[in-house]
Design a protein around this ligand. Structure first.
Ligand code: SF4
Ligand code: SF4
Length: 162
């Protein structure tokens, strides 16, 4: 892991202003160019950042959980959906299902996910840096620099790529 995860939050927080300015520059790029730039930096970051040495997102960020996620996960765990909901989920202030507690109840001590093949859509898509129309999620990406070392690296490398 190229970054000290204990210091990531404060390092990213102290660079937030710079990262926001970089996001503004990316918003001025053509959509395709912005997507291609982020896809390349995302790929580079995950060449040497191993999620199994991190799991910061599974420890600290609660994914939004949709009905299809509930159906998939409860089926994988051979549970009734109603039991799955009452055991693991709560409704947050926005009216969305989220896990009752974090770290995620499906995260194991070795950072593997018990329901990996059936994990929520939000977990599959995190940290969003290789998604289409990256310009629409740049504010979220800046916020994610405080949690995800890969997103932090992407923003650190952006000045050399713009
Ligand atoms: S369901 Fe799996 S991937 Fe999603 S937060 Fe929990 S442990 Fe992480
Ligand atoms: S925070 Fe980023 S690097 Fe860490 S496990 Fe999540 S996606 Fe992987």
């Amino acid at each position: 892991m190229p970054y000290d995860l204990n210091q990531l939050h404060s390092r990213a927080h102290s660079k937030k202003r710079d990262f926001k300015l970089l996001a503004q520059k990316v918003r001025k790029l053509k959509p395709q160019k912005a997507d291609e730039l982020f896809r390349q930096l995302h790929q580079e970051a995950f060449e040497h950042i191993d999620c199994l040495e991190c799991a910061n997102c599974c420890k600290g960020l609660g994914p939004r959980i949709f009905d299809a996620d509930i159906a998939r996960m409860s089926s994988a765990l051979k549970m009734k959906t109603s039991d799955f909901v009452s055991t693991y989920l709560r409704i947050d202030e926005d009216g969305d299902y989220v896990f009752k507690s974090m770290p995620c109840p499906f995260l194991q001590d070795d950072n593997h996910c018990i329901v990996y093949a059936s994990r929520p859509k939000a977990c599959r898509e995190y940290p969003h840096t290789d998604q289409k129309n990256i310009r629409s999620v740049l504010s979220l990406c800046v916020k994610n620099t405080e949690t995800c070392p890969a997103v932090f690296q992407i923003f650190e490398k952006l000045p050399g790529s713009l």
